[in-house]
Ligand binder design. Structure first.
Ligand code: SF4
Ligand code: SF4
Length: 359
C-alpha cells in the first residue's frame, strides 16, 4: 500500500526533494530516499510504509519513556519498517533496518484506532523504528485518534524538519526525543551515519513552539558516547531552550546488534551522569535500564519527597495530590494530563504481545 508523500517538491530533471526529515534527500526518478521508505515514481514521491505495520503492542506510557504525561495510561504502540538513521547498536535493527515491507501487514488508520479502543488504550504511540519514515500513516492515524478523544505520541530521533513538526503538531500531544552519546557529532557520524546533529535542536525548538509535551532521553555508550562534557552541554541546552522542568532519561547501553564489542554502561557512570544533569539545573532526571535504583522515581525538586514510585515502567506508588502538587511542600509538579491509576488490566495488556507480523 503506497500513497503520495507529504512534504516534497519537484525539482529539475525529474528529481524530487523530500522535506520530511533533515536529510532532505534529492531523489532521481525511480530512486529511493536514504531511508528507503520513499520512492520517486514518475516525478511523484510515494511513501512505501503507509499502513504497513511490522509491530503492534500495548505498552504503559512509562515505557516510551514518558513519565510526565498522562501517567498510568496505556498506549497502542505501532511501527512500520525503515529508519533514517543507521545506529550500529539499534536494539530494533531487525525492523528499523529493513529495506522493504515484505514482512508487514496492512493496517489502515481506522484499524489502528479501533484496535486501540478495543484494548482500552487512551492513546497511540508511533515508535520502535522512526515515525518520520511512516509520517503519512502516523498523520492520518493521529488525526483519527484525536477525533476519538485519544492522544498521540512520537518516539523519535528528532530528525523531522521544522515544517514536518508544524504539520503534525495539531495532532501530536507528546514526544520522546532520543539522543545518543549526548549528541556528540563525531559519535553521530561514526556510529550512526548521521551527518549533522544540529537539526535535532531545531526539531526540539519547533516542538516546543508547538506546545508538544517533551521528554528527552540520552543513551550513554561506554568510551565513544559517554562524554561528561557533552552531557553537561546538552543539559544546559535543554534548560535554556526547553526549560528546567523537561524530564531527562539517562539510558544504560547494553551490547546489541552490530555493537557487541562494547561493554554495558557501568551503573556508576549512569549515576554520575544523573548527578551532572541535576547539578546543571534539570529538575527531573531519571535513569533507565537499571532496575532497583531510585532512578525511575519522581521526587519533589523542592523538598525531595517521594512522589511517584515506579518499577519496571509500572507505577507502584502515587502520592501526588489531584492537582499535581507535592503533598508535603505544596509546589506544583510539572506533569501534563491526568493520572490513570493502577489498572489490573494494564498489567495483563502490557504483557500482551499482539503480533509481530511475519506474513
Ligand atoms: S524521510 Fe527518507 S527520503 Fe525523506 S529526507 Fe528523510 S531519509 Fe530522505
Ligand atoms: S534512530 Fe532509533 S530506530 Fe533508528 S536505527 Fe537508531 S536506534 Fe534504531
Amino acid at each position: 500500500m503506497s500513497r503520495e508523500a507529504m512534504l516534497y517538491e519537484r525539482q529539475p530533471e525529474g528529481k524530487v526533494r523530500c522535506n520530511l526529515c533533515s536529510r532532505r534527500c534529492l531523489i532521481p526518478e525511480g530512486g529511493l530516499g536514504v531511508c528507503a521508505a520513499r520512492k520517486n515514481v514518475k516525478v511523484k514521491l510515494l511513501t512505501l510504509s503507509y499502513a504497513r505495520a511490522c509491530s503492534v503492542n500495548v505498552d504503559p506510557i512509562e515505557k516510551k519513556p514518558l513519565f510526565h504525561f498522562n501517567p498510568g495510561s496505556q498506549v497502542l504502540s505501532v511501527s512500520s519498517p525503515f529508519c533514517n538513521f543507521f545506529c550500529r547498536f539499534c536494539c530494533n535493527w531487525i525492523i528499523s533496518q529493513q529495506r522493504s515491507t515484505a514482512q508487514t501487514s496492512k493496517m489502515p488508520p481506522e484499524s489502528v484506532v479501533n484496535m486501540a479502543k478495543k484494548l482500552h488504550c487512551t492513546g497511540v504511540s508511533y515508535t520502535y523504528t522512526e515515525p518520520t519514515t511512516f509520517f503519512e500513516w502516523a498523520y492520518d492515524t493521529a488525526k483519527l485518534a484525536h477525533e476519538c478523544s485519544m492522544f498521540n505520541t512520537f518516539v523519535t530521533n528528532g530528525y523531522l524538519t521544522p515544517e514536518a513538526v508544524d504539520m503534525i503538531s495539531p495532532y501530536l500531544d507528546a514526544a520522546t526525543v532520543d539522543f545518543k552519546g549526548a549528541g556528540n557529532p563525531i559519535f553521530y557520524k561514526e556510529v550512526m551515519r548521521v551527518p549533522s546533529v544540529e537539526p535535532i535542536y531545531q526539531c526540539l525548538k519547533a516542538m516546543k513552539r508547538n506546545n508538544i509535551h517533551l521528554e528527552v532521553t540520552n543513551l550513554i555508550v561506554p568510551r565513544t558516547g559517554d562524554s561528561e562534557e557533552k552531557l553537561l552541554e546538552l543539559a544546559r541546552w535543554i534548560i535554556g531552550n526547553l526549560g528546567e522542568d523537561t524530564p531527562m532519561h539517562l539510558l544504560r547501553f547494553f551490547p546489541s546488534a552490530d555493537m557487541v564489542e562494547v561493554e554495558e554502561t557501568p551503573a556508576a557512570s549512569v549515576e554520575k551522569a544523573r548527578k551532572i544533569c541535576y547539578e546543571a539545573g534539570l529538575r527531573y532526571v531519571y535513569t533507565g535500564n537499571i532496575p532497583c535504583l531510585d532512578g525511575e522515581n519522581t521526587r519533589c525538586p523542592n523538598c525531595q519527597e517521594l512522589l511517584v514510585e515506579r518499577h519496571d515502567f509500572n507505577i507502584t506508588k502515587w502520592r501526588l495530590r489531584d492537582n499535581m502538587t507535592c503533598p508535603k511542600c505544596g509546589i506544583k509538579i510539572s506533569i501534563k494530563g491526568k493520572y490513570y491509576g493502577l489498572l489490573i488490566a494494564r498489567r495483563f495488556y502490557s504483557m500482551l504481545h499482539l503480533f509481530n507480523m511475519r506474513k
